[in-house]
Design a protein around this ligand. Sequence first.
Ligand SMILES: [Zn+2]
Length: 268
Amino acid sequence: MGVMAQKIKIESIKSLSGNDIHAPLRRLTAQGLDIIFPPQSLWPNLDGTFKRQINFIDKPLCEACGFPFQYDLGDGALCGNCSIKHPAYDRARAAFIYDDISREPILSLKHSGKTHGLAVFAQQLRRAGRDLITAADILIPVPLHPKRLRARRFNQAALLARSLSRLTNIPYDTAALTRIKSTPTQGGKTASARRRNMQGAFQVVNAHIGIIEKKNLILIDDVMTTGATAQACARALKRAGALRVDVLTLARVVKDMSLDENYVDTIL
Ligand SMILES: [Zn+2]
């Protein structure tokens, strides 16, 4: 299946099918309009970025890491990597592919705190995470190191968790998990370097252990690249007694990086 994972064509997952919330978009696309997602009224400043169709992720995908498959391999099918070694988290899902189309609004949220797209982002998280949300007790945003939080003044993952919480009524806890290691930026690092970089980077705050113990958690972040951050968070939460740790991100990189250790990304 590893080979199959490599052969996935991104074009194949552009389909908008299977989601009621996309019905109007499908209709517009069919009419040949240069449809922009999300609708302009909801995301007024991003028209230029979304002139092309965004690459949504939907089933079929790896039950564990959420890597999209070109063909339906049946319920519970795993990609090559996950069948060799299951990630430290239980399931990961993402709303769309991190690419030239989705990069700008995501970076705009991350670096300038432009929150006008949050409502749409939250709807997309709810769509992509619908299987996770049904059993979830608490949303946990991936924390920034306090130093970085002071510099940036907001955590984009916390903004996403709050918006999704409003939409789903699942409570969110921004203080359960802390980043105890100020890791240098992950951009330009290979998958294995990212893993080393992230070891022991997160810790559950003692006062919150009772809150997350035996609970189903969803870790929220903007982008999943190699999954190193998500895995480090999941390990910390599980060590503290969490029953299940799922991961829900706006976007994910769709590239089998474990098969290509020289892969160097420059995106985050
Ligand atoms: Zn997988």
